[in-house]
Design a protein around this ligand. Structure first.
Ligand SMILES: Cc1cc2nc3c(=O)[nH]c(=O)nc-3n(C[C@H](O)[C@H](O)[C@H](O)COP(=O)(O)O)c2cc1C
Length: 363
């Protein structure tokens, strides 16, 4: 089949210029935690995993990567705060570049979505609040310690250094993880943030810390290398907001001042990792208000992605589970080929191959 002829007529597979990056299509690999970075160090097995999912001119977002020794809440997630971690990322980034891909690192702090076993000296996780998450069969959470006002600049600095390290490792840029109930959202959302200092209360105050992170990262590596992920509508990890639409709009308007490269938003239909809902909301107001490139994620299939691009609801469409299970997803979309099914059971196992690099390519 003549892939070039077909792709020209499929909006999802048309080129797009994002800042200085010439993207060949609009199918983006979502950040996907895979828990195969033993002892928080990226492993050589990730060379194959990311390389399999690279296409020439395609953009990949690496899995959530810890900014400091307090940033983890799960076993075997990668970090980027030590020299060893930076060195370990290099061959992985090189492999993506060798195939003509563009690679962003998602930098992350889990905040209270953690347990003292993942913390230095078994200390309490840090957060905007000292309210605990409800533990369940899968995760046991430790009561967090509320950050004092004068500690916040140190966390901002951890993000700045992590961004510097990501560039040192060869990444083309970073995506600040401001979604899914992790530390930045624990400040943004009013169902979590119960602070009385200048980081709590009003919408402006609640967004202060995330925007300080953005500013620090922009000053460190340049706005043309910075994206952010936001999920104002989601309620992961008990982090809802009473006015998500207003929160989303406030953030994109504030982000415009920093001229960052992209804003990556999770669709309102995604309520949590395991729950999809019908929602009266849409990302369109934020897409319209934001000046940079706009990525949309969450529950997209091929046709949905085509429609989103055709209707100008996004510049790029981000695929998680489908890309996890289909390393050659852009090609399958081009050919409208059948897709492999993902296996939830192997998403987070530590096996270096099974459910990781053994999903088959098209014949
Ligand atoms: C195995 C797995 C790991 C994930 N890890 C992350 C992550 O590290 N960072 C993040 O922002 N979202 C993460 N997500 C959410 C995805 O990026 C994506 O938003 C979600 O899967 C919905 O998109 P989909 O319907 O295309 O899968 C993860 C999802 C899955 C299934």
């Amino acid at each position: 089949m003549e892939a070039a002829n077909i792709t020209n007529s499929i909006p999802l597979l048309t080129p797009y210029k994002m800042g200085k990056f010439n993207l060949a299509h609009r199918v983006v690999l979502a950040p996907l935690t895979r828990m195969r970075s033993y002892n928080n160090v990226p492993q050589p097995i990730a060379v194959k995993y990311y390389s399999q999912r690279t296409s020439k001119g395609g953009i990949l977002i690496a899995e959530a990567t810890g900014v400091s020794d307090t940033a983890q809440g799960y076993p075997n997630t990668p970090g980027i705060w030590t020299k060893e971690q930076v060195e370990a990322w290099k061959p992985i980034v090189d492999a993506v570049h060798d195939k003509g891909g563009i690679f962003f690192c998602q930098i992350w702090h889990v905040g209270r979505v953690s347990n003292s076993v993942y913390q230095p000296n078994g200390q309490a996780p840090i957060s905007s609040t000292d309210k605990s998450l409800t533990s369940n069969d899968v995760q046991q959470f430790t009561k967090p310690r509320r950050l004092s006002t004068d500690e916040i600049p140190h966390i901002v600095n951890d993000f700045r250094l992590a961004a510097r390290n990501a560039i040192e490792a060869g990444f083309d840029g970073v995506e600040i993880h401001g979604a899914h109930g992790y530390l930045l959202e624990q400040f943004m959302k009013d169902k979590v943030n119960d602070r009385t200092d200048e980081y709590g209360g009003s919408l402006e105050n609640r967004c202060r810390f995330p925007l300080e992170v953005v500013e620090a990262v922009v000053n460190e590596i340049g706005a043309d290398k910075v994206g952010i992920r936001l999920s104002p509508f989601a309620e992961y990890a008990e982090s809802g907001d009473s006015n998500p639409n207003e929160l989303g709009l406030h953030m994109v308007n504030a982000l415009n001042k920093y001229n960052i490269l992209y804003c990556h938003m999770v669709e309102p239909r995604i309520k949590s990792a395991s729950e999809t809902i019908e929602s009266p909301y849409s990302l369109v107001p934020m897409r319209k208000a934001f000046n940079g490139s706009f990525m949309a994620a969450g529950g997209y299939d091929r046709q949905d992605g085509i429609d989103a691009i055709a209707e100008n609801k996004a510049d790029l469409v981000v695929y998680g589970r489908l890309f996890l299970a289909n390393p050659d997803l852009p090609k399958r979309f081009a050919l409208n080929a059948p897709l492999n099914k993902y296996n939830r059971e192997t998403f987070y196992i530590s096996d270096p191959v099974v459910g990781y690099t053994d999903y088959p390519f098209l014949e």
